[in-house]
Design a protein around this ligand. Structure first.
Ligand SMILES: Nc1ncnc2c1ncn2[C@@H]1O[C@H](COP(=O)(O)OP(=O)(O)O)[C@@H](O)[C@H]1O
Ligand SMILES: [Mg+2]
Length: 268
């Protein structure tokens, strides 16, 4: 393990207290990310992926093991983290711009009102929402609301962006648009990103590394490096290389689900 990792999660164990006794959710989770890295985490439903995001965000403290961000253990929520979820919770009584600016009202900063608005408008333009600044959330489509939610997660220039199945509720075409937007944002904004997804194509298009978690209690089962460069387009998903990677990831998920043994048959 390198000591200069931006994020280092090692040997993490976590159980929820329930009426029926402790529910072990994570057991032996390791994950390391350098600054600016983009890591996708996939795994069976209910294996502990959202729990992992809460540990990284400082909303939960692990029972055992370490969650280190920038050399320091994460013990409470940090303003240097931005988050977006499957269902963007936007405040209906605020305009889209004012929703995006919300973190700047909470996170300490020295920006003037003009600078805040300029930042919000810049981000909204980047995701194609120029002209929608004054609309209310209900006036936007699901895909547009999710774009606004990404802007809100990024407005305070977080070091770490945590995305928990952000595109899961969108239709396939809208989802691909959002993948491209996310990919473009990555080159305009500096952040280290942890993406939780159940979409294997999404994982290899967006990430540099895909981590497969085992079934609950989850540990790191498999790590795949993504060889595609920064200038990748959606076309990479239609290459033989992508097909082979998707095949391997699908196999790993089936292993995590306990459906097949770890050895897999080769593609014909
Ligand atoms: N606050 C909680 N209290 C008790 N059990 C929880 C709590 N949050 C999640 N769980 C349980 O922990 C397991 C993992 O949850 P989660 O991390 O949300 O999984 P995933 O995001 O991979 O679907 C699930 O069985 C879920 O029901
Ligand atoms: Mg989840």
């Amino acid at each position: 393990m390198s000591s200069d990792a931006h994020i280092r999660i090692s040997g993490v164990k976590h159980a929820y207290k329930t009426d029926a006794g402790p529910l072990p959710v994570l057991d032996g989770l390791d994950l390391e990310m350098s600054q600016g890295a983009f890591c996708a985490v996939v795994g069976p439903s209910g294996c502990g992926k959202s729990t992992l995001t809460k540990l990284l965000a400082g909303l939960l403290i692990p029972d055992e093991g370490e969650v280190i961000l920038h050399g320091e253990p994460v013990k409470s929520p940090r303003s240097t983290v931005g988050m977006a979820f499957q269902n963007p919770v936007l405040l209906e009584w605020r305009s889209i711009l004012d929703n995006v600016l919300l973190p700047l009202e909470i996170v300490p900063n020295k920006l003037t009102q003009k600078e805040r608005e300029d930042r919000g408008r810049e981000l909204l333009a980047m995701v194609g929402l120029q002209g929608f600044e004054d609309k209310k959330p209900s006036e936007l489509s699901g895909g547009m609301r999710q774009r606004a939610s990404l802007c809100r997660a990024l407005v305070h220039r977080p070091e770490v962006l945590i995305l928990d199945e952000p595109f899961g509720a969108l239709d396939a075409f809208t989802r691909e648009d959002l993948w491209q937007i996310m990919h473009d944002l990555r080159h305009q904004e500096a952040f280290t990103c942890l993406l939780i997804t159940h979409d294997l194509r999404e994982s290899i298009f967006l990430a540099d590394e895909v981590v497969v978690l085992s079934g609950r209690p989850a540990r790191t089962q498999h790590v795949m490096q993504v060889p595609f460069g920064v200038d990748r387009t959606l076309e990479v998903l239609y290459t033989a290389q992508a097909t082979e990677m998707l095949h391997e990831l699908r196999h790993q998920i089936q292993v995590a689900q306990g459906r097949v043994p770890a050895e897999r048959e080769e593609l014909a």
